[in-house]
Ligand binder design. Structure first.
Ligand code: HEM
Length: 297
């Protein structure tokens, strides 16, 4: 899994070239081949799961999760309708693979950004841990606690803003000729939304280069909902990330539980540089060895 993550990260690092140049896939053919090879085990795992879900859906008349819904769509959609829609079984299978792929590097890289930033800013880390101790006592952080930990939620928002991981979101295409702020954009133009530029716009986020979770808190220490909604790491509109809610919950729990159990420190001989990134379609976090000290209560 770790090496697959590396390959996928590297592939995303060249993704913008592939997306913006029609001949990109040809120039990058070796990377494309390596990526396809690396994805084979993932395709196998997804296939196995889809088969299990197909059996379940044929035997029981219920839908337990997304994979069941996909399997059911594959069974119930008549062959002629599928053909009419241009929907092949492979495409149905790749919807499941997209969910796997979409949530893989994004979540792990966001988590890596979070631990790098917490190591680089020990005061932030300590304050987040203190809040968790006050709210959770000796129980592990639960999703239900999230509304009572505004500082930790502000830290997560600031991690999303500061990292702006999916820098240019995903490419979209104009369906018709249009004009935006005086610029004519013909039908079929590839469009990227620059999420990074938005997250570093001082009009919305003063002193944008500083990591300051406090910017999301009101004077009385509550989460400022208006400022929170200016953070858009999952894009906006109809095609925004389908995994958003899951990713927000997953990362809030992962980071909180890690802070409850470990102190994260930098290695003084190899400090973290949060202003350096691995460039590409994703602004990947630079991997620096960190020290995790178990907290003994
Ligand atoms: C911190 C984690 C994540 C970030 C920052 C992120 C970010 C994004 C962004 C910026 C987009 C493009 C939205 C657009 O086109 O306007 C996107 C699309 C997508 N994401 Fe995520 N994502 C994350 C986690 C996940 C997870 C956990 C899943 C799956 C469970 C997922 C699945 C997808 C899929 C399938 C799309 C394509 C949606 C479509 O085109 O309709 N993502 N994501």
């Amino acid at each position: 899994m770790v090496s697959l993550n590396e390959i996928v990260s590297k592939f995303f690092a060249i993704g913008s070239v592939l997306d913006s140049l029609p001949f990109g896939p040809w120039i990058m053919r070796h990377q494309v081949k390596n990526f396809s090879e690396a994805m084979k085990p993932v395709v196998k795992i997804v296939d196995r799961h889809i088969k299990e879900h197909l059996v379940h859906c044929k035997e029981e008349d219920d839908v337990r999760d997304v994979a069941d819904a996909i399997a059911l769509a594959a069974i119930q959609t008549p062959a002629d309708v599928k053909q009419q829609l241009g929907l092949t079984d492979d495409q149905i299978r790749f919807i499941a693979i997209d969910l796997f792929g979409g949530g893989f590097v994004t979540a792990t890289d966001s988590f890596r950004w979070a631990i790098n930033l917490l190591a680089a800013f020990p005061d932030v880390q300590e304050r987040a841990r203190r809040e968790l101790a006050e709210v959770c006592g000796d129980h592990q952080l639960q999703l239900a606690d999230r509304s009572n930990i505004p500082y930790n939620e502000a830290v997560l928002l600031e991690v999303f803003r500061f990292s702006s991981l999916v820098t240019l979101s995903l490419p979209h295409s104009t369906m018709e000729d249009t004009t935006l702020r005086g610029y004519f954009i013909p039908k079929g133009t590839t469009i990227f939304s620059n999420l990074f530029a938005h997250h570093y716009n001082p009009q919305y986020f003063p002193d944008p280069d500083s990591f300051k979770p406090d910017r999301f808190l009101t004077a009385d220490g509550k989460l400022d909902a208006d400022k929170a909604q200016l953070v858009i790491p999952f894009g906006v509109g109809k095609r925004r990330c389908v995994g958003e809610n899951f990713a927000r919950q997953e990362l809030s729990l992962l980071i909180g539980r890690l802070l409850q159990q470990f102190e994260i420190r930098q290695d003084p001989s190899n400090p973290v540089n949060v202003y350096d990134t691995v460039p590409g379609l994703n602004r990947g976090p630079v991997q620096t060895p960190l020290i995790f000290k178990k907290i003994v209560l």
